[in-house]
Design a binder for this molecule. Structure first.
Ligand SMILES: [Zn+2]
Ligand SMILES: [Zn+2]
Length: 299
């Protein structure tokens, strides 16, 4: 049986001009019920990209009726296991295996593309290199590089470093859409980015937090041009918070809350649903699909 036609193609794509985001996993770092974070963005031309690729991503993709050979590229916000531990599976499957019409990379097949802030990209390779560098070329058994597995998208613009040594933001062009990876506050001293994804005619963005604390001033400032926000969320308050504390999210202006989907949440999110929805937020769950142009949930 063809899993793709029975599972995936039925609900997810709205029409040829839409740009959608489907949650494959919507849970936080330790979620068992909702899966670690991985989302599928489908561009108007049909290209499929993932935002982050947590440790459960290979199984989430399988459950969605997709395989790695149907994914055109990967965006990464930062290096934590719940965001990148599925990447080795992606790299090796594409390198060594063919599927359908897509050849293995080792036989000349296409490499999936890869987009991340350069400071994040360096850390992704640092994490993957211990396994992926073992490609033998001539006498060198460790000739594998990041480029052996993925085609890197380079930024065409950037902002100078702010608080940290790396650039404050980098801007990329993907399928004619600008994507800004902007330094955000997650774990102090660690490269981590939020994403501004250009949607529609180019005057609007869909915003994706990655993992970060609540920057209320910034979120309010971008509201007029933002169709939808996806913010990581926690109800566990503690000193040195590195996530979107709900105690701060609930104080955001209503105009922002009404456009915000809470994701990367804990397994007790249903206990908070009534409170969350009364304030205008939506709760992101696996298999939900959002139209990034209108900001509406479509499935
Ligand atoms: Zn995380
Ligand atoms: Zn994180």
């Amino acid at each position: 049986m063809d899993r793709r036609s029975t599972l995936y193609n039925a609900p997810a794509v709205v029409d040829g001009s839409s740009m959608t985001l489907r949650f494959l996993g919507s849970g936080g770092a330790f979620s068992r019920q909702y899966g670690t974070t991985c989302s599928l963005v489908t561009f108007p031309g049909g290209e499929r990209w993932l935002i982050d690729c947590g440790r459960q991503a290979p199984d989430q993709l399988w459950d969605a009726g997709l395989d790695w050979h149907e994914i055109d590229g990967q965006i990464v916000t930062h290096v934590h296991g719940d965001h990148i531990f599925g990447l080795e599976d992606f790299a090796f499957q594409r390198y060594y295996q063919a599927s359908g019409e897509v050849s293995a990379i080792m036989c000349g097949g296409p490499r999936p593309r890869f987009l991340a802030h350069s400071a994040v990209r360096d850390e992704v390779w640092e994490s993957l290199a211990a396994s992926l560098r073992y490609l033998k070329v001539g006498d060198n058994p460790r000739a594998g590089t990041f480029d052996s597995y993925f085609e890197m998208i380079e930024p065409h613009a950037w902002e100078q470093p702010g608080q940290n040594p790396w650039r404050h933001s980098e801007t990329f062009t993907l399928n004619g859409h600008q994507i800004v990876a902007r330094e955000s506050e997650h774990v102090p001293g660690k490269p981590s980015c939020s994403l501004e994804i250009e949607v529609g005619q180019g005057d609007r963005i869909a915003w994706w937090s990655g993992d970060c604390t609540v920057d209320a001033g910034f979120l309010a400032a971008i509201e007029p041009r933002t169709t939808i926000y996806f913010h990581d969320c926690t109800f566990t308050d503690y000193p040195g918070q590195v996530h979107g504390a709900f105690s701060l999210l609930e104080k955001l202006p209503k105009s922002v809350r009404d456009k915000m989907v809470l994701m990367h949440h804990e397994d007790d999110i249903e206990d908070h649903r009534a409170q969350v929805e009364a304030l205008g937020f939506r709760v992101g769950l696996p298999d939900q699909v959002y139209d990034l142009v209108t900001g509406r949930r479509v499935d």
